[in-house]
Write a protein that binds this ligand. Structure first.
Ligand code: DQA
Length: 177
């Protein structure tokens, strides 16, 4: 939760805490901008270990999330990269452009101090998601380096984890009350 409350400058240059900024917006989901980030190998969804990750491609998932976002009236952008630095850059660039980050960091979940530091640095509320239930899998997947700087974790609902991530994002104010 610490990552959610860092101060930032609003567009007019006035000092405003991030919390104040998005409390104003979040009362109305239609004003929210939500960034979905996807880590390594998620570009292979659909043909990658479908017994674990399902048959939907990342494009299919993106379309489903965008459909729900349209109903909610919020704006969603999707990115995927196999490179840690791209994900760090997108998190940094989100600072003045998005209200919430929903992140499936994939394997970097379990290894990346850089992603954790980036999420903590920008102070935008982040929600960690996974298709598979990482806690029911190999032990090395039980540990998430980003979990302590995220508002919460959604894991194990397949492609629906992304929709749940969106629902959590539009209700993220609940996590800081
Ligand atoms: C994953 C789980 C990770 O452990 C794994 O490295 C992935 C996908 C998931 O969505 O279930 O690549 O994040």
């Amino acid at each position: 939760m610490a990552g959610c409350l860092a101060p930032r400058l609003n567009k007019k240059g006035k000092n405003k805490t991030h919390r104040q900024g998005w409390i104003e917006k979040i009362e109305c989901a239609s004003l929210m901008k939500i960034l979905f980030l996807n880590g390594p190998n998620l570009n292979l969804l659909g043909r990658r270990e479908p017994k674990i990750y399902g048959h939907k491609t990342l494009k299919d998932i993106e379309a489903t999330v965008k459909k729900r976002a349209k109903q909610l009236g919020c704006i969603v952008d999707f990115h995927q990269s196999n490179h840690e630095g791209d994900l760090v850059n997108w998190i940094q660039d989100a600072q003045d452009n998005y209200d919430v980050i929903v992140i499936n960091a994939a394997a970097y979940t379990h290894t990346s101090v850089a992603l954790r530091d980036a999420i903590a640095a920008v102070g935008i509320p982040a929600i960690e998601i996974h298709l598979s239930n990482v806690h029911s899998r190999e032990e090395f997947r039980h540990r998430s380096l980003i979990a302590p700087v995220c508002c919460g974790q959604i894991s194990g609902f397949g492609a629906f984890s992304y929709v749940l991530g969106l629902e959590a994002a539009v209700n993220v104010i609940e996590c800081i009350k």
